[in-house]
Design a protein around this ligand. Structure first.
Ligand code: SAM
Length: 226
């Protein structure tokens, strides 16, 4: 079973949206598991300090290597082969391909950064793989972890309905997805394209592919270059 373990300073942010809808139903049905661990449990001193000022000066605080390593060591046993991700704007961008590989595996351990980030030394020492969910800066890794887990969980067999394998979705074929329509047939003077009502499945498939290509060319030409 896919198991997600989250190391965070804000365990109360979980399951959050993961406890609702598709992922929440699947969690309740036991199709995947979620566990949170508070990094502060490994904090130092009376105040359970987890951070300190940056070496060399500068703004903000940095999560200490010794504290974070203790938190990782407390959960990651040698037989635990789950990838250890560190949410980080500096990381490799998360892609659907990576999500699919993660979803096929035993789960993930995800470290959520806060403040200016984490002490560089703990990243390699504990085999953390930096992963970014986009070119912008969030205030913490928790929302990025929720995004990552949500994307994985919907691909776990049995989570989506039989007819929604996700294989036709944006990025799966290297293209953005074609446009969707549903009833009513006419709405505010706009009709559903005739071809979708023609019943000719080969023509519909061709139209959808052409639309997917058109949208990708317009919005994400970088995907075509790949
Ligand atoms: N000082 C860092 C920098 O400039 O790269 C930003 C730190 S950010 C305020 C705090 C934490 O939020 C990060 O350690 C990371 O865990 C998370 N975070 C922020 N943006 C993210 C993104 N785009 N993808 C994944 N995690 C992100």
């Amino acid at each position: 079973m896919f198991r997600a373990t989250i190391l965070t300073l804000y365990p109360e942010m979980f399951p959050g949206p993961l406890g609702l809808s598709l992922s929440g139903d699947a969690l309740a049905r036991g199709l995947w598991g979620l566990e949170t661990r508070n990094i502060r449990d490994h904090g130092l001193g009376r105040h359970r300090a987890v951070d300190d000022t940056p070496a060399g000066g500068g703004p903000g605080m940095v999560i200490r290597a010794d504290v974070l390593a203790a938190a990782v060591d407390a959960i990651a046993q040698t037989e635990d082969v789950r990838p250890r991700l560190l949410m980080s704007p500096r990381g490799r961008p998360l892609t659907q391909k990576r999500v699919r590989r993660l979803a096929e595996g035993p789960g993930v351990i995800i470290v959520c950064g806060r403040f200016e980030g984490v002490d560089e030394r703990v990243i390699a020492a504990r085999g953390l793989e930096e992963v970014s969910i986009g070119d912008y800066v969030l205030s913490g890794g928790e929302i990025a972890a929720i995004v990552t887990i949500d994307a994985c969980v919907r691909l776990i067999p049995g989570v989506m309905g039989k007819n929604a394998s996700g294989e036709e979705e944006s990025f799966e074929s290297g293209l953005l997805e074609y446009p969707h329509y549903t009833r009513p047939r006419e709405w505010e003077g706009q009709s559903i394209p005739d071809i979708l009502l023609s019943g000719d499945h080969a023509k519909i498939a061709r139209w959808r592919h052409e639309e997917a290509l058109r949208l990708t060319r317009e919005r994400r030409p970088d995907l075509l270059d790949k």
